[in-house]
Write a protein that binds this ligand. Structure first.
Ligand SMILES: Cc1cc2nc3c(=O)[nH]c(=O)nc-3n(C[C@H](O)[C@H](O)[C@H](O)COP(=O)(O)OP(=O)(O)OC[C@H]3O[C@@H](n4cnc5c(N)ncnc54)[C@H](O)[C@@H]3O)c2cc1C
Length: 388
């Protein structure tokens, strides 16, 4: 018997447009509000609603037949579905693209190259940062060493008294210092892309897990010029964000904490709130759950599985950040920063409990991915049995 070459699998033509995205992602609860589709839309048909807890892309052109239609889609524009990190088989597609393989079942926090503990050496960045300023140190280094021209980050609106997190661009050390710290409401930093003036700038994206899958999904699905400009991606590990209404409806209504009086907040087992007058309060996380933003409820990604770096502070060393290095670009940046004395590192093995906790939280998040969303077996690998 003569063996024949197996027939090359016919690649499905990518002809999915806004109407597919709308019915499969935007209206089903899968949409995280990351705004990848909005910045990829070449016809500026999509805008973004971040009011009243919505955080979703919307199509507002009345002539296009309603919110779920887009005439450019009928003419075969597919940019929005190419840019969506929740559309169809996004996870294996990106895994294959970034790492040359899909993940093993036990790789709950995604595929990575290195894991270490790191902290910023610069005292100012250490001071202004949420958990030691590692993100800010990376951005400053990348800017000052001509690796990027700008970073898409998050600021507080106005003088900060409304605690409304908004996307913005950082081009200087001062900008980065101003944008440091964490807000636990949603900021689609991706949207700041729309304010970039030059076409050829190299950009870093700082964002939550959902946002960190945007650059590789755009590159893998060839979503156009935006993808080519995203040079560095730093992911903030994230189990959820809260609706802006939590300030009035919980912190103020129950605890009398006016947002204008809040100086800083953090989440470490409880919601920690520091006030300008020096007072400190703790709000149990279970009281906050009802303000969980809709876009987080089905998000399976705690560990920012597709960025260059993911950062998390969940270990025994408060000012050492567990740093997951996923790509060659990430490794190169870490090595250069270490050689130049900008960061200090120690082995991840120094805090095995932190690594175990990260995997535990990743496992918890992965259970959120709903059955109805599985377009093919294996999108979310079966979870390995729990170890004691
Ligand atoms: C919504 C949210 C949830 C998080 N959940 C966890 C968690 O469960 N466990 C954990 O260990 N860590 C979590 N983190 C990460 C943690 O709060 C720190 O961001 C991280 O440890 C890095 O600290 P740093 O000092 O290096 O950051 P910094 O140097 O202070 O830099 C922080 C960067 O994050 C950007 N940023 C701040 N708020 C937002 C926002 N809402 N959206 C997008 N970008 C933002 C800032 O612009 C800045 O660039 C979360 C962060 C956020 C924003």
């Amino acid at each position: 018997m003569v063996e024949t070459e197996p027939q090359a699998e016919k690649k499905e033509r990518w002809n999915f447009s806004w109407k597919h995205l709308y019915s499969e992602v935007v209206t089903t609860g899968l949409c995280t509000g990351c705004a990848g589709c909005v910045i990829a839309c070449p016809h500026d048909v999509l805008t973004y609603d971040d009011l009243n807890g919505v955080y979703k892309p919307i199509q507002t052109e009345a002539d296009y037949g309603g919110p779920g239609d887009c005439s450019h889609g009928d003419k075969a524009c597919t940019s929005c579905t190419r840019a969506c990190p929740r559309f169809r088989a996004w996870e294996p597609d990106i895994d294959n693209f970034m790492f040359g393989r899909t993940r093993e079942t036990e790789e709950l926090s995604g595929v990575f190259k290195d894991i270490c503990l790191a902290r910023a050496a610069d005292p100012e960045l250490h001071e202004v940062g949420q958990d030691g300023g590692l993100v800010s140190a990376m951005l400053v280094y990348a800017l000052e060493h001509d690796m990027i021209d700008a970073a898409l980050v998050s600021y507080l609106e106005g003088d900060g008294s409304t605690w409304k997190a908004i996307p913005g661009i950082a081009r200087t050390r001062d900008d980065i210092v101003a944008s440091a710290g964490s807000r636990y409401t949603y900021s689609a930093n991706t949207l700041a892309y729309m304010d970039l003036e030059k076409e050829d700038e190299r950009i870093a994206l700082v964002g939550m897990s959902c946002q960190s899958s945007i650059p590789p999904v755009m590159k893998q699905r060839k979503a156009g010029k935006v993808a080519r400009r995203l040079a560095l991606s730093i992911g903030l590990l994230c189990s959820k964000t809260f609706d802006d209404a939590i300030f009035e409806e919980l912190f103020e209504a129950k605890y009398g904490l006016r947002k204008a009086d809040i100086k800083k907040m953090n989440i470490k087992g409880v919601f920690q709130i520091w006030m300008h007058n020096g007072d400190y309060h703790e709000v149990p996380l279970k009281e906050c759950h009802q303000w969980t933003r809709e876009g987080c409820k089905m998000c399976p990604d705690f560990a920012a599985e597709h960025d260059d770096f993911s950062l998390v502070v969940i270990g025994k060393y408060n000012d050492w950040t567990l740093t997951i290095v996923r790509t060659d670009a990430g490794r190169d940046l870490m090595e250069r920063m270490l050689a130049d004395g900008v960061i200090q590192t120690r082995p991840g093995d120094d805090d095995p409990e932190a690594i175990a906790l990260m995997h535990k939280l990743s496992r918890r998040s992965r259970k959120r991915w709903p059955e109805f969303a599985l377009p093919e077996p294996g999108l979310v690998p079966p979870l390995p049995p729990k170890t004691a």
